[in-house]
Write a protein that binds this ligand. Structure first.
Ligand code: CA
Length: 218
């Protein structure tokens, strides 16, 4: 899952990015309004975490711009202000949720799951296919009655594949949804992650479609 973090406070930004990367999300971090608008215009994101007080263009203006482009990406505002008017203004502009700083990273992750789930019209924090079930809160996966712990990157790849089972993802697409801008990506990184998942859970877990990429069964 690919997240855009828009936050000009270096401490909050770096702690949030680290925690989300460690969990298994790909995080791109920008620190002002115009940079946020620019990357949202050219790249796909599953979710945006948007600070309200930003240099050059505030979070409200950024969200207005994103919605004016008819982009329905879920947005959670992060803000130091807890005024009711700000909250209403943010939600009226089309934000999906609102979190007041300082927030706990566990609460942030829980709110993120809820917002993304709602966006996809899913009731539980679980992705299910014919033979697997991925718990989005604990990162545990179940296949044929067995549970397996996943590393952050294994979780990330399976999360992407299981959001749309039956759809083939290329290596470039999986790299994009698994790694943030400044993470080093070895040329065979995705192959290594998929090899690890198959070794642990069985060869049939992820299907290779020669020349095109990988998918999981519906
Ligand atoms: Ca700020």
């Amino acid at each position: 899952m690919k997240i855009l973090l828009v936050e000009d406070d270096r401490q909050v930004g770096s702690a949030t990015k680290q925690a989300l990367t460690d969990f298994g999300y790909a995080v791109n971090w920008v620190q002002d309004g115009p940079s946020a608008v620019e990357t949202v215009t050219t790249e796909f994101y599953d979710l945006i975490l948007l600070d309200v007080g930003l240099p050059k263009q505030d979070g409200f203006a950024v969200l207005k711009n994103i919605r004016a482009q008819k982009n329905p990406v879920p947005v959670i505002f992060l803000t130091a202000r807890d005024g009711v008017e700000d909250k209403i203004h943010g939600l009226d502009l089309g934000a999906d949720d609102y979190l007041v700083k300082p927030f706990s990273l566990e609460e942030l992750k829980a709110r993120m799951r809820v917002v993304v789930r709602r966006h996809h019209g899913v009731k539980e924090s679980k992705l299910t296919t014919s033979d697997m079930s991925l718990n989005l809160a604990t990162k545990e996966i179940e296949r044929e009655g067995c549970q397996y712990p996943l590393s952050a990157k294994e979780f990330s790849v399976l999360h992407t594949l299981m959001l749309t089972p039956g759809v083939i993802f290329s290596k470039e697409q999986l790299e994009d949804s698994t790694y943030g801008w400044n993470e080093e990506v070895a040329s065979n990184a995705i192959e290594v992650i998929i090899h690890g998942i198959r070794k642990k859970m069985g060869k049939e877990t992820i299907l290779n479609v020669r020349g095109l990429g990988w998918m999981v069964r519906k």
